[in-house]
Design a protein around this ligand. Structure first.
Ligand code: LMR
Length: 394
């Protein structure tokens, strides 16, 4: 049977992890996969996470199954972070624990297909590499709306709004709440208000992917699109991830929040979502979720985590500035100022796929073929080498 299967090319982002690991050049630089790194190039376990894990070792008294929706206490904490404290107990919202943000997206796709099999989902052009395989692979019909202008290296806000104004009522619009992947360009608060007005006016269904909450400006500020829409739309889907803001990448921690028009519909939606979970992976993984739940409920640990998050955010911003300053020296005449204004881990550098290949083969500098860089891979120790290498291929 298996002989009928063709070998497929590896995922573009995950492939870079292995390529970088196998590269023996000491000066190699990894600007590939979206994981945070500290000034030494390490992705440490957060101190708040370590402390919560120690607490769990001592106090967790069972690993018995949870239900398909996961732990209600964790779900409530996560919902408060994204929707705000007032959302707790809202009988129009169901939040369920999922295996990371990807698991959340996949359950959302299953639910949309059950609710409306011919449903169309509009995604930004470009969007996260895996949005199309994940959502399209689940069977959803995907369409694109303009987002990034390669010529100006800025947001195509007017084009995006013009396109969204033509999207039929009832279609789903996927939006990155903050730290847009791959461009790092987010609408301003005023622009988000305009997007929200349009979504309400045209009766579109917002589907918010919030994978980097806390990496742009702050926890509340980064949830702005959710907060602007929650009281104004009858339905919304929100996929949240704790991979980045808690550094729990491999533990697979996320939630899916579903807003329905009324409590009765919410009950039906919840039962459908639980059944999708039961038929896919039965119950969600829990260790990382238990860690997050403990951190969010423990005053001191929560404060420590918020401090660690602020430190990560600050380092990302500082590295953007450092790189642009170094490029100013080594590649004068080229404008990289768009990198400074962007949020979170990513920016398009503005290099061609051929230049990306040369950076990899000749200089051991790794980035996604699109020219997306993860600024967390920059350190004060490698920035000079990095800027010289980029200058050499321009
Ligand atoms: C990325 O975009 O690099 C991250 O979200 C990791 C991934 O799974 O692609």
């Amino acid at each position: 049977m298996f002989e009928s299967l063709d070998a497929l090319a590896a995922d573009a982002i995950l492939k870079l992890i292995a390529e970088h690991q196998q590269d023996t050049r000491a000066h190699k630089v990894d600007l590939g996969v979206g994981v945070y790194r500290d000034q030494h190039g390490r992705t440490p376990v957060l101190s708040s996470v370590k402390k919560a894990e120690r607490y769990l070792v001592e106090h967790q008294d069972t690993k018995a199954y949870l239900g398909s929706g996961g732990d209600p206490v964790f779900n409530d904490q996560m919902q408060r972070i994204t929707f705000g404290d007032a959302s707790s107990g809202n009988d129009r919202i169901t939040t369920l624990q999922t295996p990371g943000g990807s698991g959340s997206l996949r359950i959302a796709a299953g639910l949309l297909l059950r609710a409306r099999p011919d449903c169309r989902v509009w995604i930004s052009d470009p969007s996260w590499n895996n949005h199309v395989p994940l959502l399209g692979g689940a069977g959803l019909r995907l369409e694109k709306y303009p987002y990034y202008d390669a010529a100006t290296r800025g947001l195509r806000f007017d084009d995006m709004m013009a396109k969204l104004a033509t999207v039929p009522a009832g279609d789903v619009v996927l939006m990155h709440a903050c730290c847009h992947n791959p461009t790092g360009l987010d609408p301003s608060p005023e622009q988000w208000r305009q997007v929200a007005d349009l979504v309400v006016e045209r009766n579109l269904v917002p589907f918010v992917d919030i994978a980097y909450q806390g990496f742009a400006t702050g926890l509340d500020e980064d949830a702005l699109p959710v907060r602007l829409l929650e009281d104004r739309v009858p339905e919304m889907l929100v996929s949240s991830s704790c991979s980045k803001n808690f550094g729990l990448y491999r533990d697979r921690v996320g939630v899916l929040s579903l807003l329905s028009a009324d409590a009765k519909t919410n009950t039906a939606v919840r039962s459908q979502a639980y059944q999708i979970v039961r038929t896919m992976y039965s119950v969600p993984p829990d260790h990382g979720c238990a860690v997050v739940s403990h951190i969010l409920r423990d005053k001191a640990l929560r404060a420590e985590w918020i401090g660690e998050l602020a430190e990560m955010r600050g380092r990302l911003k500082a590295m953007r500035r450092l790189l642009v300053d170094a490029l100013g020296q080594h590649a004068p005449g080229h404008d990289f100022s768009h990198v400074i204004g962007a949020n979170g881990m990513f920016s398009f550098l503005g290099v061609s796929p051929e230049q990306v290949q040369r950076l990899k083969s000749d200089y051991a500098v790794y980035m996604v073929d699109s020219g997306r860089i993860n600024v967390a891979g920059i350190t004060p120790g490698n920035v000079e080498y990095l800027a010289k290498s980029i200058a050499a291929v321009l």
